[in-house]
Ligand binder design. Structure first.
Ligand code: MTE
Ligand code: MO
Length: 388
């Protein structure tokens, strides 16, 4: 793999886990202090291969429909230029957070061996994305019916393929249920802008999918192919990755479990303390403002965030939670930022946070180990804050 054409990045913003492919999470205090909208050069970066060098004028997106029993070779592809994508349909703007399913994998790696990048808690960011709605394009180009009760919409999937090179498969790919793509309140878009600017190469230039409310893996970057089909994508990343394998599955028997374990879609409820950090030095006797983020999947709102400074014996609600629903759909695709002023933190205090979402889901007290180390949303704990 050739990484010589990778773009420059502001490395000081990140904890870099791997340079090739470039995998980096922003430092937690920077992430929360940057505000509700994460600047692009702070946004986490998760790649499986080199960043492709694509020219806007040359890029084409191919769209096809595969019916039951039809071979891949039988699919009739229709090509769209980037100019078509940018001019033929209304431009929608969605504020949505992306979170990697592997966020906080570190907490599971501490229990038992896991496979994957050992992410801490910064593998999440929030941005404003713009581009056409996938439901409009699928209706016009692929003839997908808009009636959500239609049998095809209930049973089919939309697969995405990227124009990149990865070691696991021919390219990066993934899929979502067709019903998510066609749901007018699902807000799935093909984004060519991030935070008001053309997408940067790291984040998928010239075009990426944004699947709000879902794990980041479904928001395919460098988008090249869209296929409506009766089954999930056959990509490695849909079938052999991003699943919560049962607890008796490890490296010795993992190949027995992939086909019987469902693929991940919606995120679970998550909440993290970004500042102070573990072992951070704080000047006393000043009160400390504890700050962090919270999010849930499927557009569910954050309903309550509770903080404890005694390891979870007693709890109080945080002082402030900032979260805005989408202006049109009313869905909560963007994270909540919260804060709480705490009069005193002792070196012996364990600070703990937990959130509830609008369906009443609450984070589990302890991490739930799984071999791929995904979806860790246990109560987040900070210890050993040092008073000077
Ligand atoms: N798309 C392509 N083409 N290649 C990739 O490696 N990584 C996925 C997804 N889309 C990936 C991709 C994963 S696992 C995540 S979490 C998000 O992109 C990360 O998006 P970001 O790099 O813009 O933060
Ligand atoms: Mo991811």
């Amino acid at each position: 793999m050739d990484y010589s054409q990778d773009p420059p990045r502001i490395l000081s913003n990140y904890l870099v886990h791997a340079p090739k492919p470039f995998n980096a999470e922003p430092h937690l205090p920077l992430l929360v202090n940057a505000g509700l909208i994460t600047p692009t050069d702070v946004f986490f970066k998760r790649n499986h291969g080199p960043i492709p060098d694509i020219q806007l004028e040359d890029h084409q997106v191919y769209i096809g429909v595969q019916s039951h029993g039809q071979s891949d070779a039988g699919v009739e592809w229709k090509a769209l230029s980037m100019n078509d994508i940018m001019t033929r349909w209304p431009k929608a703007t969605i504020t949505a957070s992306l979170q990697c399913a592997g966020n906080r994998r570190e907490g599971l790696a501490q229990l038992k061996e896991v496979k994957g990048v050992i992410w801490k808690a910064g593998t999440i960011s929030n941005a404003v994305w713009s581009g056409p709605r996938l439901c409009d394009i699928l209706k016009d180009i692929a003839g997908v019916p808009q009636d959500l009760h239609n049998e095809m919409i209930r049973n089919y999937h939309v697969s995405f393929e990227a124009d990149d090179h990865v070691k696991e498969d021919a390219c990066y790919g993934s899929s979502i249920p067709l019903r998510k793509a066609m749901d007018p309140l699902g807000d799935v878009i093909l984004a060519y802008e991030m935070n008001g600017q053309p997408l940067t190469r790291d984040h998928g230039f010239p075009l990426r999918v944004i699947v709000p409310g879902y794990i980041g893996a479904r928001s395919v970057k460098f988008l090249q192919k869209i296929l409506v089909q009766p089954q999930e994508s056959t990509s490695f990343f849909q079938r052999r990755d991003y699943k919560i394998l049962p607890p008796w599955i490890d490296s010795s028997n993992v190949d027995t479990a992939w086909d019987t374990t469902v693929s991940l879609g919606e995120m679970n409820v998550q909440c993290v303390i970004c500042t102070p950090m573990e072992k951070e030095v704080i000047l006393c006797p000043k009160p400390v403002t504890v700050k962090g983020y919270a999010i849930s999947g499927g557009g569910r709102a954050i309903y309550r965030v509770e903080l404890s400074v005694d390891g979870g014996k007693t709890w109080e609600p945080v002082d402030k939670i900032e979260q805005t629903p989408d202006k049109i759909s009313g869905m909560y695709w963007a994270w909540a930022l919260w804060e709480k002023k705490v009069p005193k933190i002792l070196t012996t205090s364990e600070i703990v946070v937990r959130a509830y979402d609008s369906s009443g889901n609450m984070q589990p007290e302890f991490p739930i180990w799984n071999y791929r180390g995904v979806m860790n949303n246990a109560w987040f704990r900070v210890n050993n804050v040092i008073q000077m």
